[in-house]
Design a protein. Structure first.
Lengths: 396, 340
């Protein structure tokens, strides 16, 4: 016998407060409102207190004159520029250190990771020693070590080590000649762009030909020859529109030329070696994650170990390596803020250090600095996630 | 459902605590906790430095001790927070320290835009340069293109920029967090000269392995009146710190020292001395303090001259002469309003 239907048929109304979906939405809305209200309360309380104590608020200070000098700036800067400009200078210096650090750390990491898996006992042990040592010493100590190890042995400017009249090394930095572009240099630059486009086109054509006929084409060597050769030829033909500005000792220091300050060198060294050790472990974990069957199958087909590594193992290992790589890149970027310990003028040193102290507006300055680091980290994350999606294995 | 209720309830509870946080009365807070929290430097000999036992001494330290002596009758009721130049103002603004006695220069920007008040000048100073003798430089005007080690976030950076701009010379600044790092970098040869307040230069020179290898150039390129700082909005506390320093200067003017203060208290007939020591005339309760606040200061810390001599003057390794910091009646400009 069919059970009697209760009064709760699908046509009768369930009270609103008993509907699960309504309740779910209600509580979520209340929670969001609660969080927003809490955030607003924090903000208004802070502003209220600051006003009560007579502390100036707002971002107007960014257009005030800075009045202090900065050791090294990638863009034009002197004391008459604004605090907003010091923010840009610090930001560019941070990006420079982070960029160089990421590039070197990746090279060191991949090399050491593969080395640790080498069949050669000595190479594998040396890589292990490197990884274990540099992973376990705090980064700040490493930075100070490189700074004093780099700085102390170098001579003073008047007794610089020099390579002819062009390259000078002393404890103020490494001075190399700077290429200064003259009239007509734009032609060389356009040729370079054309060469790059040409190489991309050739690479595409070569891959299609290999897919169709199996014939290989030396893309790498031809590509390098084009990118280096074409602009060089155009350069010679157009009468070498470039001269070198040599560094010269004037009074106390060298003027002219390009300068690599010891703070930058020490920071990049310390960051790359430290992060490289972590990346090495990530690479090793990636390579070990590829099943041994793949290696054996590749050898069975007659592929040499180097080719196997390059074409079979690493592409599959990248799935595992890339997320860890993202974390390490983010770590490196944030660790670059330790530059304040050795006086490298990065964002934290220049903006959250000197500008904060001169203007006294701690809340705004720190908020801006945190926002910048968050933005940089998100950009790196986004790029790596996009790359990861491209490399992911698609299950059929 | 349960966790959501818990979250909702706690948010509501947090919102109900909607009283805005107060900038409370400093004297009440200090009396309640029983000591003065004093912001000092991370280690500047003569002004505020910790010795090997961890005891702080120095001219700035003595100002804090004087305030503690005035409030509690005991100069030892002070706790010290070593602060770098970058964090000192934030520490004071946020209430982490009750007063800042950290060789801080009194400037328009700091007095107006930071929500702070300067209470007086305990050391009149100026900015100078420290160079090695074998650099062969006799004047700051010969230093076009040189590099300078500076402490970040100080008036030093600004004054250096102004001086070189005015004289149309170039320079390279290398900034560090603490004065210790500046002297180490100077010794390593990273910079040609060290620039800071002259009193700091003499203090830092002692830290070199060979102090005689460095010399202070004659140029003084700025005015640096150094003094204690308190938060705005608490006039009573401002008065206490201000008059503690004035009491020390007045005591030196009247000839009252830590040695003869008991005798003076018992026997002196000079009305100025009697007012300073709280025997007659003025009342300590106008500042919320006991009447003997002046007596306590001179007994436990000494007068300004004694503090100067033992910390930075003839009785100390720095050996700085009184110069501008002598009393107004002796050729300097230390001048305190009368206690009457």
């Amino acid at each position: 016998m069919a059970p009697q239907q209760s009064s709760q048929t699908s046509t009768s109304r369930v009270p609103l407060w008993r509907q699960p979906t309504f309740r779910a939405i209600l509580f979520q809305v209340l929670l969001v409102l609660g969080i927003l209200a809490f955030g607003y309360y924090l903000l208004s309380n802070t502003l209220d207190n600051m006003e009560r104590r007579g502390i100036t608020t707002g971002f107007g200070f960014l257009s005030n004159e800075a009045g202090f000098g900065i050791l090294k700036s990638l863009i034009d800067y002197d004391e008459t520029h604004t605090y907003g400009r010091t923010f840009l200078v610090g930001l560019l210096n941070t990006l420079l250190v982070a960029g160089l650090g990421i590039v070197f750390a990746t090279f060191i990491g991949f090399f050491m990771g593969v080395a640790r898996l080498s069949k050669n006992w000595l190479v594998a042990r040396l890589a292990t020693v490197y990884i274990e040592t540099f992973r376990n010493i705090p980064l700040l100590l490493q930075i100070m070590f490189w700074y004093f190890a780099v700085l102390r042995p170098l001579p003073r400017p008047r007794q610089s080590l020099n390579l002819g009249d062009a390259v000078f090394l002393n404890n103020r930095g490494l001075f190399v000649p700077q290429p200064v572009a003259e009239q007509g240099f734009w032609l060389v630059v356009t040729t370079l762009a054309v060469a790059v486009a040409l190489v991309v086109f050739i690479a595409r054509w070569a891959h299609r030909r290999q897919d169709a006929t199996g014939q290989q084409f030396p893309i790498v060597s031809v590509g390098i020859a084009l990118i280096v050769g074409l602009p060089l030829v155009v350069f010679w033909l157009s009468g070498s529109p470039m001269h070198l500005e040599y560094p010269a000792l004037k009074g106390f220091n060298f003027r002219g030329g390009m300068e690599v300050i010891p703070e930058l060198a020490a920071l990049v060294l310390a960051l790359s070696i430290y992060t490289g050790a972590f990346i090495a472990e990530a690479v090793r974990s990636g390579i070990l994650s590829v099943t041994h069957g793949q290696t054996e199958a590749a050898y069975a087909l007659g592929l040499k170990p180097r080719v196997t590594l390059k074409l079979v193992i690493i592409p599959q290992a990248m799935r595992v390596i890339i997320p860890q790589l993202t974390s390490q890149y983010l770590n490196l970027t944030k660790n670059s803020s330790l530059a304040t310990a050795i006086g490298y003028p990065d964002l934290v040193n220049v903006f959250a250090g000197t500008t904060l102290n001169q203007t006294g507006q701690a809340v705004e300055v720190i908020a801006m600095t945190m926002g910048v680091y968050l933005a940089i980290s998100l950009v790196i994350s986004m790029f790596m996630n996009w790359y990861n999606k491209r490399k992911m294995l698609v299950e059929r | 459902m349960n966790s959501r209720l818990v979250i909702g309830a706690s948010v509501a509870a947090a919102l109900s605590l909607s009283t805005t946080a107060h900038a409370g009365k400093t004297l009440e807070a200090v009396k309640a906790k029983g000591y003065v929290q004093c912001g000092v430097s991370t280690g500047l000999p003569g002004f505020s430095a910790a010795d090997e036992k961890g005891q702080f001494t120095g001219l700035d330290v003595d100002v804090c001790r004087a305030v503690a002596a005035a409030i509690f009758g005991d100069a030892g009721k002070v706790k010290y927070s070593p602060l770098t130049a970058k964090e000192r103002f934030t520490a004071l603004q946020s209430g982490e320290v009750d007063m800042l006695s950290r060789n801080t220069t009194w400037t328009y920007t700091r007095d107006t835009s930071l929500g702070l008040n300067f209470t007086g000048v305990n050391y009149y100073d100026g900015q100078g340069f420290l160079v090695t003798k074998d650099l062969g430089v006799k004047s700051a005007l010969e230093m076009d293109g040189a590099s300078f080690c500076i402490q970040a976030g100080t008036t030093t950076e600004l004054n250096l920029a102004d001086y070189f701009r005015a004289n149309k010379m170039q320079y390279t600044p290398i900034t560090f967090d603490t004065s210790d790092q500046t002297i180490k970098a100077f010794e390593a040869g990273r910079c040609d000269a060290l620039t800071s307040d002259q009193s700091q230069l003499y203090a830092l020179r002692i830290k070199l392995k060979d102090p005689n290898s460095a010399m202070v150039l004659p140029e003084v390129i700025s005015k640096e009146p150094l003094g204690p700082v308190v938060r705005q909005g608490d006039d009573e506390w401002l008065n206490i710190v201000k008059w503690s320093l004035f009491a020390m200067v007045n005591a030196e003017e009247l000839g009252v020292t830590s040695e003869n203060v008991d005798e003076m208290k018992a026997k002196s007939t000079d009305p100025n001395v009697r007012r300073l020591l709280g025997i007659e005339g003025v009342k300590g309760e106008w500042m919320g303090l006991p009447d003997e606040w002046g007596y306590s200061i001179v007994k436990h810390v000494g007068n300004y001259g004694e503090a100067f001599d033992r910390n930075v003057g003839k009785g100390s390794p720095l050996g700085i002469s009184r110069g501008l910091n002598a009393l107004w009646s002796k050729g300097g400009i230390q001048y305190a309003p009368p206690i009457r």
